[in-house]
Ligand binder design. Sequence first.
Ligand SMILES: *Cc1c(COP(=O)(O)O)cnc(C)c1O
Length: 381
Amino acid sequence: MNSRHVLPLVQEREQDWKWQLQNTLRTADQLNDALSLSEEELISARRAEAEGFPIAVTPHYLSLMKSNDRNCPLRRQVVPQAHEGLADPGDLRDPLGEEAHEVAPELVRRYPDRTVLLVSDRCAIYCRFCTRSRMVGQGGGPRSLSKLSKAFEYLRKEPEIKDVIISGGDPLAMATSRLLKIVEELRSIPHIETIRLATRVPVALPQRINSELLDALKPHHPLWLMTHFNHPQELGDENIAALNRLADAGFPVMNQTVLLRGVNDDASVLTALFRRLVRARARPYYLLQMDPVSGTAHLRTPVKTGIQLMEKLQGRLSGIALPKLIIDAPGGFGKVPVGPNYIVHQDAGVTRVRTHRGVEVDYLDPQPVVESAPGLRHPQS
Ligand SMILES: *Cc1c(COP(=O)(O)O)cnc(C)c1O
């Protein structure tokens, strides 16, 4: 007897990523059946379904939630709330000015050496705080090679570009054959050294990280995987197994966490998240101050919150578990590292720093080097 028949049928189906996509919750009624929405949530979900940014929650992501808890940190990320859509003064439709920085269709360039290629508008789950809600889930699906041909043409002509981030939408929500063609096209450009895949699939759809995908991609290393875990509860057994499969297949895995009000704006939550990621061989890379996307102010924290959190984590977490706190400058001017100030004062030749224990210590700069420095002479006997 084939061993697959031993698995209960339900469990076997749930391990299939296509089954997960086919059974994804996409309507207010489906969310209500699964999570018994509050009246406010139901109204907001109906509004999202009718006119706004679409809903998608995979059965896997649902299984990680506490279905009876309306404050579940995972629920807040994917279930529309009453405040969704309310305008705030700092809000922008396209906070990173990506449309203004589009150098070819679906290709965004803000730096000399790297670009972002938007290959699809679909994701496995739709995060309510999505920075690209203006285009994500809005139709079109995976972009064809001919739709991307102008982007490839541009990349071929720009030898300064060494790094392409494949994003969207989620590149891993596409068929492997389609994704592979895009990766092969990029690999045929000699000056492109690094390719990154930006994806929330290890969170929402870990079954997708299977040997079919990994075997197809492995010949095209160096491929870096940029993922997006926001809460320790998102690291279930399946998720951890998917991260380990990626690491075993030679992918450096980096994690970008978005700082979210009522989800992870807490030092002990972030500590647990970053520790668990490192254990699963994923490097906490960035902690991102949330982009001011239209209608998402209820999920944003003040900048001060992030800085105070970093202050608490410094010294308490290993350097490999501590990400950089980043503000992606509104308007698309690039990412800016921010954080607590550890320099107390600076005079000629002396810098006074503050350590994580609050001790102040002077660092003395070296004396200017003179030509006939005594140390260079042979020692006299
Ligand atoms: C975030 C981003 C990058 C990558 O930035 P890194 O700091 O290298 O991770 C590149 N291009 C654009 C347009 C981006 O938004």
